[in-house]
Ligand binder design. Structure first.
Ligand code: PLP
Length: 375
């Protein structure tokens, strides 16, 4: 059954629908065209069923808190893990070592000192905050994240002086929302800076984690990140490169899971006020905060009404705030009426898990997983 067929048959709203079969196929196809290792950034969507669908097709999972760490380890006992994110507590660092995290992405000299004080073996990537060109990025990951060259060198020295810590490489997640050519350009700048740096600091079998942030275009959902071009453009480890070249790893979240989730709900009311027509939908952006946080119209289809005759309507939820808007002045079938069913697409990442569920205490959505488990 296709996701469309499934959603047309739904009777209870609102509901999240996840297409696990499509997700497996999508991630496997990305894995097939990539040289670097592929980790999934769990913060995009840590739903256990999503994690279990993605896991066989990636090399590991990146977690960004003690909560994610415990959750992912419980869901995927065998997965290779990397632990990143700012402001790690002593308890979280110890938990990472207890739960067998393979790489810790250290964000600051103070964090490194606290990790060293645990007196336990740890394998480290230092997170670099590099001033590199990231034109066209939706989000610049500069500011508090990672370290400048001075702090990086201080950390490298401290690691050399520590009997338990091993420097394995550099981590650089510098931007979000770049297309493949821009992402490749950024990757080359990172590699050109990091390879000599790693050589200078005598890092054996060095690794470079290039981060995530591969673009997802909510305005034109069919416009996908060109994984083939990205995979072909990146240098492959050991292939005609100097011995100093590094093993590459990436850790996207959004571009892996965004496309295989939908928030499906029905129309409760259609009304015109001061010349503007609104469709009030069951639920609201407390279940799907993405359009509000990103400032876009969430892509959607009206699954119950295929009429080609359209008119502009603003799609809102049941919250008592003018900010509760899924999409503003968008064309919908002119005959849209209460009972019609709307499926918001691209709700598989940074959707349910970033939303403020309890606001106004409306019922939570049901969750459905399309899963034949073929792949
Ligand atoms: C959020 C995050 C990612 C994933 O970013 P996407 O935009 O979802 O691909 C990867 N690495 C780090 C360090 C992050 O903070």
């Amino acid at each position: 059954m296709t996701p469309d067929e499934f959603m047309r048959g739904l009777e209870c709203f609102p509901a999240y629908v996840y297409d696990l079969d499509g997700l497996r196929e999508h991630v496997a196809s990305i894995r097939n065209v990539l040289g670097p290792e592929l980790f999934y950034a769990a913060k995009a969507n840590p739903d256990p069923a999503i994690l279990r669908a993605v896991a066989p097709h990636v090399d590991g999972i990146e977690v960004a808190s003690g909560g994610e760490l415990a959750h992912v380890r419980k869901t995927l006992p065998e997965a290779r893990l990397a632990f990143g994110g700012p402001g790690k507590t002593d308890e979280e660092l110890a938990l990472a070592l207890d739960l067998g995290v393979e790489r810790i992405h250290v964000e600051s000299p103070h964090e490194l000192a606290r990790l060293a004080a645990l007196n336990r073996p740890a394998q480290i990537l230092l997170r670099a905050n590099l001033k590199l060109p990231t034109t066209g990025a939706a989000l610049q990951m500069s500011g508090p994240f990672g370290m400048d060259e001075q702090a990086l060198s201080a950390c490298a020295r401290a690691i050399t002086d520590s009997p338990h810590l091993t420097l394995r490489g550099i981590h650089a997640h510098l931007a979000s929302g770049l297309d493949a050519p821009a992402m490749l350009d950024l990757a080359k700048h990172i590699i050109d800076w990091a390879v000599p740096w790693l050589e200078r600091h005598r890092v054996e079998d060095p690794e470079i984690n290039l981060g995530g942030g591969m673009a997802v275009d909510y305005h034109s959902p069919a416009q996908r990140f060109d994984w083939k071009a990205y995979g072909e453009g990146l240098p492959a480890y050991g292939e005609g490169l100097p011995a100093s070249a590094a093993k590459l790893r990436i850790e996207p979240g959004r571009a892996l899971t965004a496309y295989h989730g939908w928030y499906v709900t029905d129309v409760l009311d259609v009304k015109t006020t001061h010349g503007e027509t609104y469709a009030v939908l069951r639920g609201g952006t407390q279940h799907l905060r993405t359009p509000v946080t990103k400032g876009h119209n969430q892509p959607f289809t009206v699954v119950s009404n295929a009429s080609e005759d359209v008119r502009p309507v603003t799609l809102v939820g049941q919250l008592c705030t003018p900010k509760d808007v899924f999409a503003r002045d968008v064309p919908v079938p002119a005959t849209l009426r209460p009972g019609d069913v709307i499926a918001f697409a691209m709700a598989g990442a940074y959707a349910w898990n970033i939303s403020h569920h309890d606001f106004l205490m409306h019922p939570e959505p049901a969750f459905h997983y399309l899963d034949r488990g073929f792949i």
